[in-house]
Design a protein around this ligand. Structure first.
Ligand code: F3S
Length: 394
């Protein structure tokens, strides 16, 4: 691997321990994946923030790096295990809160913005087409590559942090044009609408083609919210970090020979596979974190209503603050719904607290089952809110 003078100095420890350790990680990764050199990045998104996942070993690692590690580029954080201000309302205990705050302190000391959101593109970390970045939240990675046209591999938490400290990442994989071509054409033979249907599309496609890059054909339009839902589910159920959508996403690709078709039946089957025969005792929306448009829609539905089912709205603190200025937060909280800012229904330590979670998100269903052992229901945002109001799914 070709290293420039500064890379070599970092490796030799001239810029401190954190930079040395970080450069060692990047060089090791580069060698494994055959990178020719490192490439400068303009932005980083670090996952692995919840103390629930990190534990004490992860916290110690971060505290050690924070002694002399400072980030070189715009760096934002994925959701933490709790709402950093309002954790008591969500039932998070003091012991967990204390550890989670130490994790955030270490990141802040390194110069990272404690944004705690999986939708950094809603809060100012929105790279442009062609920019090299190092992101590690799978849904955001897919959004950055597919919708924004930026270039990132699906980093792990430590490799993203190393890229932030060194300002570079190894040049391989999704950074190279030749690896960004579609491998399977997916003919969508039905109209789709809503985050739940686009999430189902991601599940059905991901389960069929694994981590190959699809080119979706036949989709007439897709909103930002529908695309974020698709990004989250296709990355979860298949593992790809990019798709193309003819006429909608920016990157050019040739049409691959391999082709599959998805009909209305395929979408319906994906939706029903996420619906268990249990009434929800938690409605959780915002996977990935809610956009302002979604908050406006939910506020419109909740105005003057009282909820019968515990309801969490997962959101970045920045979008929450903007919603507060618009008077939407007050309307929503009067209904009894709770905001879960900085966190989400998956990374918060809520295993055992609920039997069945309802959402509009295929990704949320996957992890609610796999991590928290909950039953799940999936439907439109309207259906989820109606369930929260009436107390019944059907
Ligand atoms: Fe975001 Fe949590 Fe879903 S991190 S993508 S809301 S699982």
């Amino acid at each position: 691997m070709i290293l420039d003078e500064q890379d070599k100095q970092m490796l030799a420890g001239k810029f401190g321990n954190a930079a040395k350790k970080s450069m060692e990680i990047l060089v090791a990764l580069g060698k494994i994946y055959g990178a020719e050199k490192l490439v400068p990045v303009t932005s980083v998104q670090v996952a692995g923030v919840s103390y629930d996942n990190l534990g004490d070993a992860g916290l110690e690692y971060l505290a050690e790096l924070a002694k002399d590690g400072r980030v070189k580029v715009l760096t934002t954080l994925n959701p933490a295990g709790m709402d950093l201000e309002n954790y008591k309302v969500l039932g998070i205990g003091e012991d967990f809160a204390k550890k989670q705050k130490l994790v955030i302190d270490a990141f802040v000391k390194m110069g990272i913005i404690p944004s705690c959101t999986c939708t950094p593109y809603f809060i100012g970390n929105k790279p442009k087409e062609g920019e090299h970045i190092a992101w590690s939240e799978s849904s955001a990675v897919c959004y950055a590559n597919s919708v924004l046209g930026a270039r990132t591999n699906r980093e792990g938490g430590p490799s993203a942090l190393a890229a932030a400290i060194c300002g570079k990442t190894p040049l391989y994989g999704m950074h190279l044009e030749k690896n960004r071509q579609a491998q399977v054409a997916v003919k969508v033979e039905c109209a789709l609408s809503g985050t739940e249907e686009f999430g189902a599309l991601g599940k059905a496609t991901g389960e069929k083609i694994g981590n190959k890059i699809p080119l979706f054909l036949g989709i007439k339009s897709a909103s930002v919210e529908e695309l974020k839902s698709l990004c989250a589910s296709i990355a979860t159920y298949g593992g790809t970090s990019m798709f193309h959508m003819q006429g909608i996403t920016p990157c050019k690709t040739s049409v691959p020979k391999e082709e599959i078709a998805l009909s209305k039946n395929g979408i319906s089957a994906a939706l029903s596979s996420m619906n268990d025969d249990t009434q929800p005792d938690l409605v959780a929306l915002g996977c990935p974190h809610l956009s302002m448009q979604e908050v406006e829609k939910i506020a419109g539905m909740l105005k003057g209503k009282k909820l019968k089912v515990e309801t969490w709205l997962c959101i970045s603190r920045q979008v929450l603050q903007e919603a507060k200025k618009k008077g939407l937060v007050q309307v929503i909280e009067q209904s009894g719904a709770k905001f879960a800012a900085d966190t989400c229904m998956v990374v918060a330590p809520i295993k055992g607290r609920f039997a069945c979670v309802a959402s509009d998100s295929a990704k949320s269903c996957y992890y609610s089952r796999a991590k928290n052992k909950f039953k799940t229901k999936v439907g439109s945002i309207e259906k989820c809110i109606n369930c929260a109001i009436s107390g019944k799914w059907d």
